[in-house]
Design a protein around this ligand. Structure first.
Ligand code: ADE
Ligand code: ZN
Length: 344
């Protein structure tokens, strides 16, 4: 069995992906046409050629500009439904999606159009493919904490349909402390909280996310490797990292996948997970990320299964569903022959 086949049959959860980062070039051009939005590119090839980035800000400039093709509720529905269909094909049983409403409401798009489109597609994916999903709303960290708090208030009608809140966007210069009150309010309301940290920023941003913002998971977290006591704390408390190797490669966080700290952190006992971040921009969905790690970091079947188990351990999902999903991983290890001696 090839690594691709083993990964394809491995049940998994995806916990770090941005809906706005999953618009494939063909859908992007269709939406631009449908909404009469002028864009710089005429063909899918031209679009793909533009997906070369020097760093996070260089990517974010294109990503925010690309959001202009999302106008109507149906557009938000279409992009979400397409991602969940693609995730289902990668044997994702459960997905937690990031959405950044400020990138839309500041363009004059009604919050209700955004929320209803996304939530409707999540319900459809559950009905049609039995994929479960949850929504995590991100505040843009280059904006003020007051704006994040205003967004939190505006989302009140949808509180019952949200898993939690997080922080995304330009990291360096926008430290976790800037959003301490926003996170306190989110936790007080009973939401799960996550934050992008240690992608381009230092280990101190990861530590502050954990100790000051009291996050349930860290998104990326790469820089924690620079602080051994932080690594020990993350391992001891099993605070998950949602890592995104191909994203890190495309945004030049790492020079090559073999330099990624994922395997070192997995071996140090951290709850490391593998995710796609912005799959259409970074040239790979979740399975592509697993396979890239397998090849570059020499992961064996047990490592890959541990990453999948971690994804369910880290998921904000009901306990019974978690237990069932993890049992399906063990079943695959046996059926695939990866666990020698356990075959029928
Ligand atoms: N928003 C979308 N992708 C992101 C990333 N990789 N880092 C921070 N914010 C993001
Ligand atoms: Zn991200």
């Amino acid at each position: 069995m090839t690594p691709e086949q083993f990964v394809a049959g491995l049940p998994k959860a995806e916990l770090h992906m941005h809906i706005e980062g999953s618009i494939e070039p063909d859908l992007f051009l269709r939406l631009a046409r449908r909404n009469g939005v002028a864009v710089r590119w005429q063909t899918e090839e031209e679009l793909r050629a533009a997906y070369r980035f020097t760093d996070l800000q260089d990517f974010l400039d294109l990503y925010y500009d690309g959001c202009r093709v999302l106008v109507k509720s149906q557009d938000f529905h279409d992009v979400t439904r397409e991602y969940l269909r693609r995730a289902h094909a990668d044997y994702v049983l459960h997905a937690e999606l990031f959405l950044g409403p400020q990138g839309h409401t500041t363009r004059g798009i009604p919050l209700a159009a955004v929320m209803e489109g996304v939530l409707g597609a999540m319900a459809d994916a559950h009905a049609e493919d039995a994929v479960t999903s949850g929504l995590i709303v991100l505040a843009q960290r280059h904006r003020s904490e007051e704006e994040a708090l205003a967004m939190l208030d505006a989302l009140q009608p949808w509180y019952g349909q949200l898993l939690g809140f997080g922080l995304g966007g330009a990291e360096v210069g926008n430290p976790p402390a800037k959003f301490a009150e926003f996170f306190r309010r989110c936790r007080e309301l009973g939401f799960k909280v996550v934050a992008h940290a240690g992608e381009e920023g230092p280990a101190a941003y990861v530590r502050d996310s954990v100790e000051l913002l009291e996050v349930d998971r860290v998104d990326h977290g790469n820089a924690c490797v620079d602080d051994p006591s932080l690594v020990a704390e993350l391992a001891g408390r099993r605070i998950p990292l949602t890592m995104c190797p191909l994203s890190n490669l495309k945004l030049q966080v790492i020079p090559a996948v073999d330099a990624h700290p994922l395997k070192r952190l997995l071996d140090a006992g951290l709850c490391v997970t593998v995710n796609s971040d912005d799959p259409s921009y970074f040239g790979g969905y979740v399975n592509d990320n697993y396979v890239a790690c397998q090849q570059a970091l020499g992961l064996d079947h047990e490592d890959l299964a541990r990453l999948a188990r971690n994804s369910f351990e880290a998921a904000f999902m009901p306990e019974a569903q978690r237990v069932d999903a993890i049992a399906r991983i063990d079943d695959w290890l046996t059926r695939s022959g990866a666990r020698a001696g356990e075959r029928e």
